[in-house]
Design a protein around this ligand. Structure first.
Ligand SMILES: [Zn+2]
Ligand SMILES: [Zn+2]
Length: 181
């Protein structure tokens, strides 16, 4: 069990966007349902979609993984602006980071925008749900336009290639104020 961030994300009618959880078929059902119910405690309007596969055009053959930027742009194009889609997958995802052309990652979100992707591939096998949930909140922060944060406990801290979900506990006051999902 883990604590969800209840009622701490500010929502306003003016800026509220509906969150859509979009699993791929490989994600175990218990993980999908656990994530859905955790997100629902954060925002009751979350909708769970039927599984769909990642776009073939996002597949990066040389490393047998998917390009995260391509995934989020594809889903962004295929969802209306008032919906923020969270794609969840067990596939490995990557993006260009600095001088690293194809850097493995656990999540990426448009900043700001209406799509993000999270992957369980690089997470530890124990506590996967709690880790994925925190990554979802981090990426939702980016879709709200939030940059990375220097507070060590904040969900918006930059993982810099490591799994720091254990240390991420909540949004700091500054980030929480700027969240508008
Ligand atoms: Zn980030
Ligand atoms: Zn913060």
């Amino acid at each position: 069990m883990f604590l969800t961030q209840r009622r701490t994300i500010k929502t306003s009618r003016r800026s509220h966007r509906r969150i859509v959880l979009q699993p791929t078929p490989d994600v175990p059902q218990n993980l999908v349902e656990g994530l859905y119910s955790a997100l629902k405690q954060t925002d009751t309007s979350v909708e769970l979609m039927r599984p769909v596969t990642l776009p073939k055009t996002s597949y990066y053959c040389p490393r047998a993984r998917y390009r995260a930027g391509s995934i989020i742009h594809w889903f962004s194009r295929n969802h209306p602006a008032h919906e923020t889609v969270i794609v969840v997958t067990t596939s490995d995802i990557s993006a260009t980071k600095g001088d690293k052309k194809d850097w493995g990652m656990i999540g990426l979100g448009l900043c700001p925008g209406n799509a993000c992707v999270v992957s369980s591939y690089r997470l530890s096998k124990t506590n996967t749900l709690a880790q994925l949930y925190k990554i979802c909140l981090h990426e939702l922060g980016h879709t709200s336009g939030l940059p990375h944060c220097s507070e060590s406990y904040c969900f918006m801290r930059d993982a810099e290639g490591h799994n720091i979900t254990e240390e991420m506990q909540r949004f700091c006051a500054g980030c929480n104020r700027r969240m508008h999902i």
